[in-house]
Design a binder for this molecule. Sequence first.
Ligand SMILES: Cc1cc2nc3c(=O)[nH]c(=O)nc-3n(C[C@H](O)[C@H](O)[C@H](O)COP(=O)(O)OP(=O)(O)OC[C@H]3O[C@@H](n4cnc5c(N)ncnc54)[C@H](O)[C@@H]3O)c2cc1C
Length: 558
Amino acid sequence: MITKKTLQLSLKSLRDFAKKRLADEELIALDERDECPVEVVRYMSSPDKLGIQLLFIPEEYGGMGGSTFDVYLICEQMARIDLGIATSLFATFLGSDPITVGATPEQKKKWLGRIADEGILFAYGATEPEAGSDLGALRTTAERVEKDGRIVGYKINGNKQWISNGGIADAYTVLANTPAGPSWFIVDKGVAGFSQDKPENKHGIRLSNTAALAFSDVCVDADRLVGGVEGQGLLQAQAVFGYTRLMVAAFGLGAGWSALDRAIPYSTTRIQGGAPLSEKQGYTHKLIVPNVVRLEAARACIEEIAERIDAGEGSLNTEGAIAKYMATEAGNQAADASIQALGGYGYTHEYMVEKISRDVRITTIYEGTSEIMEMTIARDRWQSHLKTRGRHYHDEAKKFEALHASHPEVGADVAALACHALAEVMEKARIARLTRYQHVLLRLGELIAFAETAGIFARRAALFADNKANEKSNSRFDAQALAAMSRIFAREAALKVVEQGLRLVVGGSGITDAELPAFENSLGLPAVHRAQAGLISDMDYVADVVYGRAAKHAVAAA
Ligand SMILES: Cc1cc2nc3c(=O)[nH]c(=O)nc-3n(C[C@H](O)[C@H](O)[C@H](O)COP(=O)(O)OP(=O)(O)OC[C@H]3O[C@@H](n4cnc5c(N)ncnc54)[C@H](O)[C@@H]3O)c2cc1C
């Protein structure tokens, strides 16, 4: 187990290394040259240098056996430095996942041991030109090679597309169709028939190497089939989706904060209209505060889910999808708002926010697009709605009402309003069979993600209030600030659920004019509108916390 002290040392050495080796000028130059700094990636992966990958390798194979929570914090920190380099390091982690999950003890010892001891780089080869979101459509094949009636190896043929570390990895995990179904294979670089294309010229994460792979009669021994049993590939991939998506969520969080952490100090020195921008409410309450709130709401999700995975609750795929969706969308919005916050300067390379904005764009695409996340979330929670005969979100709401009774300051009552309304929208959608419209199903995914995040944020804010938060939790904000943010987020979520829910039901012709007033009533529309009271003063407070002016409130309150 990694102690808080060891973790903090790792985070500090990452920051120190970045300061020395990856200053802004260097990152801008590499980005402009579209160059992956392979020596930096190798330095960071080398066990006798930074050895970042040791954190995710289990102790029995020579790693440090970091928890999900530890790895989230490292991923966030890496994304704050550069999302391209973070992606490169993450590719080894992703590439080793099928091995961690499904390999035989000998395979684990060999390959995880090599990552730990030698710092070799891996790539994860799943996507194909014709198989992206729908991995089941993969065409790469692995044909059995038999001798004396025994399988002695496989012959791989096909193509992979958009593979991170594709041109620089030492070894690859490759998904291919065997006679018994999709299976993972470990393929060495340099083996006959295996070639890597030139790096893609990308919109962002230009410091990461992304390349297509081609396999033409590539022969591997039978011991390269992960787990030694064919047909387990998709199950092995799915077994870690909750975890890996949480890490991409941490990327969205880190990149979003890295943009805001440039916009916030900029706004304290930029004078317009006779005063710093940081003192203009029209600026802070549009460009800074809502993004701080959404990012911290996403962090609450990531931290709670990481703890649950570490507590052995399983792979939590739907929850991981919620965290990824919320954090990566929030990261994109924060980066975009940061460009606006810097005005013309934000639009130039020198100020970095435009690079961060291009970089973070990938997080809503790889490891499952936002639309696939919406579908995953909606399908799973739709089942919960059906199984409980519509009670699921009413029951969730009751938990938040109970939380409100003990912690009236964290916005749990408003999270409860969001959940009650969500239950009503889903029930109306069921009766009118609205999920036959894919648009409705995916929009429900969004509403579910917002309502659940509002509840999770309220729970986290209450934990901070009780001094019971994880000792490794990010402690940038105190309990009072988190409570204010949680209230702001809950108001946004509740309003979104009632307004968008109403729009979907009416827009999908799921209701008659005569039924509409009763439905509006069931959504708790007036209560959600009333719950917006206090919004501006909460935003004022969060702005004051962000700009270090919160003491003013304490004095005023006294
Ligand atoms: C820089 C980069 C690095 C990457 N690294 C890796 C890697 O290391 N390993 C790897 O295996 N892959 C990697 N990928 C691939 C990535 O995971 C895929 O690009 C992603 O899963 C989407 O697949 P696609 O590009 O084929 O898009 P598509 O699946 O074709 O999707 C296109 C659009 O259609 C939407 N869509 C898709 N299906 C549906 C549906 N059923 N209903 C409604 N909308 C839908 C999507 O949300 C998206 O908006 C990387 C990609 C990039 C760009």
